[in-house]
Ligand binder design. Structure first.
Ligand code: BTN
Length: 327
């Protein structure tokens, strides 16, 4: 038996592929279901927000724009497990919270949660993440790596590469990564990553990798406090980004880098991450717990910790914190 929504997603894929009318007969043959079942699935698609033209003797035709939902994400997905199963919410408190609950209930690796809007989007270090509806991507993926809790931060780097790569592919702009995992375009933050995990002392049960990407948000929609430091792909390119397509690309990239992490180890990931990191050699101010450090960034060490050469010449190692450019 196919998973829920799979036939709808396949119909969408077939109709998009044809680009014009496809007969009920052809759909029924292609999907291996009855004509009545096709008709029922078409009605379900209409209820899900698709605009479908039905003409006697011609069949069905999909009319853009397409809605943003789980069917749309599933309709072109090419991954093995990441994003293969999506829980979609028009509105929720936080996709990380939803994914965490699903993880506790035993939901499998790769399952994703997407929300059109979040009421309590969570950022790093107890901050909030601005999450209006209709414009951006808010998604969280459950991963179950066979690692110890002290290694879990390594997945931050996996996620950062995946987001940077997807932003580059979708916008044509080359983003940079601010340690450990802010994604910047032209020095402004376009995406953030929040990792949360459930573990026992020596074993991770699961990690939730939450990603927020400002895709189509306009400058005036950003709250004044972040208006000058945040940006969106639309603001940088003038082009609207199709959210479902961005999500599919992101899931492919997460899957690719997660497999590299599991097969080749953290150093392979870190080497790739360094290609997106451009703070080495620049003056930085780092706030880590209660400590503020200023100095020249000396890169990251083999564990992914940030290295800062202070004016006294010592090199300090930072494992958690916030980095900003210093003058
Ligand atoms: C940061 O502070 O840079 C991290 C922001 C992470 C935001 C995303 S949006 C999807 C997921 N759900 C959340 O509540 N937070 C993350």
């Amino acid at each position: 038996m196919r998973p829920k929504g799979a036939v709808e997603a396949e119909i969408v894929r077939l109709l998009k592929g044809a680009g014009s009318f496809v007969s009920g007969e052809a759909l029924s043959r292609g999907l291996g279901v009855s004509r009545t079942a096709v008709w029922k699935h078409i009605n379900a698609l209409k209820k899900s927000g698709y605009n479908i033209d039905s003409v006697t003797a011609k069949g069905y035709r999909l009319i853009p724009p397409y809605p943003f939902n789980d069917i749309e994400v599933a309709s072109g997905i090419s991954t093995g497990f990441v994003g293969k199963k999506v829980f979609f919410f028009e509105r929720t408190d936080s996709t990380n919270r939803r994914a965490f609950e699903l993880g506790l209930k035993g939901e499998g690796e790769g399952t994703a949660v997407i929300a059109d809007a979040q009421d309590k989007g969570k950022g790093r270090l107890g901050r909030t993440w601005e999450s209006p509806g209709g414009v951006n991507l808010y998604t969280s993926v459950i991963l179950r790596p066979p690692i110890a809790p002290r290694e879990a931060h390594e997945l931050t780097f996996v996620m950062a590469i995946a987001v940077a790569e997807t932003v580059a592919k979708s916008s044509g702009k080359r983003p940079t990564v601010k340690w450990p995992n802010d994604i910047l375009i032209n020095g402004k933050k376009a995406a953030g990553i929040l990792l949360e995990m459930d573990s026992e002392s020596d074993r991770v049960h699961f990690v939730v990798g939450g990603v927020g990407v400002n895709l189509n948000m306009r400058k005036k929609e950003f709250p004044p406090v972040i208006r000058e430091t945040a940006t969106s792909l639309f603001e940088e390119t003038g082009v609207e980004i199709e959210r479902a397509e961005f999500a599919r690309r992101l899931y492919s990239s997460i899957e690719l880098w997660y497999k590299i992490y599991l097969d080749k180890g953290f150093q392979a990931v870190l080497d790739a991450w360094r290609g997106w990191f451009d703070s080495e050699g620049t003056r930085v101010r780092v706030t880590s717990f209660d400590r503020v450090l200023e100095g020249i960034c000396a890169g990251v060490d083999k564990d992914g910790a940030l290295l800062v050469r202070t004016p006294s010449g010592t090199v300090e190692r930072v494992i958690s914190g916030d980095v900003e450019a210093a003058v």
